[in-house]
Design a protein around this ligand. Structure first.
Ligand SMILES: [Zn+2]
Ligand SMILES: [Zn+2]
Length: 118
């Protein structure tokens, strides 16, 4: 189970609903990253898991368990590993404190939890 937070830039009011770090759902592992192409804050899938085995490791990018059968949902997710969900370009820069705004470089403030996802 993961959670989303609303971050808002204190200067230009750009908003992003992201996990703000590393997070886990039932099937995917995500990390909040900066897409330099879109200049957006996005949650990027860094690994896919089925029931218990994580099959794509975030650091090495190597499938650990190749025998697991994936349904089409997982296949779709797999195509997005380490990619921006909007432009589909490689997106590998983690978005970390002090949470710089991708539009104006001011800081973004965590306004609180918005929803839980699974
Ligand atoms: Zn800004
Ligand atoms: Zn992008």
């Amino acid at each position: 189970m993961g959670a989303h937070f609303l971050f808002q830039c204190k200067t230009c009011k750009y908003k992003a609903e992201v996990s703000g770090g590393v997070d886990f759902g039932s099937y995917v592992k995500v990390q909040t990253r900066v897409c330099s192409n879109c200049r957006k804050i996005v949650d990027v899938i860094t690994g896919i898991s089925t029931t218990k085995s994580i099959i794509v490791d975030v650091i090495t990018g190597i499938s650990k368990t190749k025998s697991i059968e994936k349904n089409s949902y997982l296949k779709e997710m797999e195509d997005l590993v380490n990619k921006c969900p909007y432009c589909k370009q490689d997106c590998t820069t983690p978005w970390i404190k002090p949470f710089p705004c991708p539009k104006c470089n001011s800081n973004m403030i965590n306004k609180g939890i918005t929803c839980k996802w699974d």
